[in-house]
Design a protein around this ligand. Sequence first.
Ligand SMILES: *Cc1c(COP(=O)(O)O)cnc(C)c1O
Length: 451
Amino acid sequence: MERHDLPAARIPKRWYNVLPDLPRAPDDFLDPRTREPVGTEYMERLLPKALVAQETSPERWIAIPEEVRAAYRLWRPTPLYRALALERHLDTPAEIYFKYEGASPSGSHKLNSALAQAYYAKLEGHERLVTDTGAGQWGSALSMACSLFGIKALVYMVRASYETKPYRRHFMETFGQEVLPSPGPHTEFGRTLLKEAPDHPGSEATAVSEALETVRLNDGDRFSMGAFAGHVLLHQTVVGLETREQLEELGKQPDFLVASVGCGSNMGGFAFPFVGDKLDGRDLTILAAEPAACPTLTSGTYRYDFADASGLGPMARTYTLGHGFVPPPIHSGGLRYHGAAPLVGLARHEGIIDSRAYAQKAVFEAGTLFARLHGLLPAPESAHAIRAAMDLAVECREQRRRAVIVFCYSGHGLLDLGAYGSYTAGEMADTEPYEAALAAGDPALAAPAGR
Ligand SMILES: *Cc1c(COP(=O)(O)O)cnc(C)c1O
């Protein structure tokens, strides 16, 4: 196998804010009790002030604090690779590139925002950041970032992962942070859920609810989001800005940008720096790859809904499958979320982003093939992007099209070997696709909007 690394980028000095370039502004977050737009006071009780300001900033470029850039130097800039072996395997005239976020010390792109959030929280004198995590990637990133900046973290981890995938929990605990299962007995919301269903597997939405309840009760706490908010996508734009520079140095322009979408932070960070080109008329397809069991952008509706399961947190207008929906426990824990980040939902609604949904086995087939060809074992989430990029490359073969396909390799899969083990042993099943659950009348799916 030949060397396939490409020009190095420089670490950006500024994050790119897509807001001023979008066709319209996203709709306001609403207070769940009054249904009025949430005020600054409400937001500043929830988040560090600097992040609240970034959420609605009209500035296209926002300076990255020097301390955060210094921390980025741990692993940034990340490489852009060409997947030549995959191109040959698929016998496609398309060129396939990938931005490799798997070398981050926490294993995924998530550290890009975790470091920024821990920095601002410390700067503003907060004692602790409280957050939710699914499979543990976000919790791992935030735990490490808080440790580096000298502030405490409390992580509510989806119970299904807490119990069956302990390694990321051990990772967080090694950084000295506290991890609790969700639903759990530590909050009123958790206790209520457990009373109704003692085996409740939890979801990102239950963990968000418990984190919000905790923050509301403790003045020294602030809430930290791994993906949903605009400021998270802003921090993630270092991924797309570097990619842009690397492609420019090669003299290439992307025809397809592909990323997995759980909530949309790697997609937003990877693709938003190219949105201006698309709105200026360049033929560019931005494709979200989702799990068939939780196809938020593919099958959801664009409307106001709660970001959390309890319906206590702010409401946002975006694509959603309904906040009462508990996605089946697929192996891509990071994609098990009922709603998309409002900015990604808006981009989808405006026709800027397309999406496709994939069944679990087809995803692991792609991830396994990629590992064998390239020696890199992708996170199951990233394997969704690989699946989508492979399908596009095959379509290019049929159309004899020399397209440039670039996907975001959002993280490595070295803590997901249980899932790969079940796939290689032939024991993996495809979970029921969302549409089938809907047709079967899953009561969680029938919950009326806005309750
Ligand atoms: C969390 C995660 C995702 C999905 O989250 P987004 O907010 O949609 O980016 C994708 N890949 C990896 C490796 C993750 O950890």
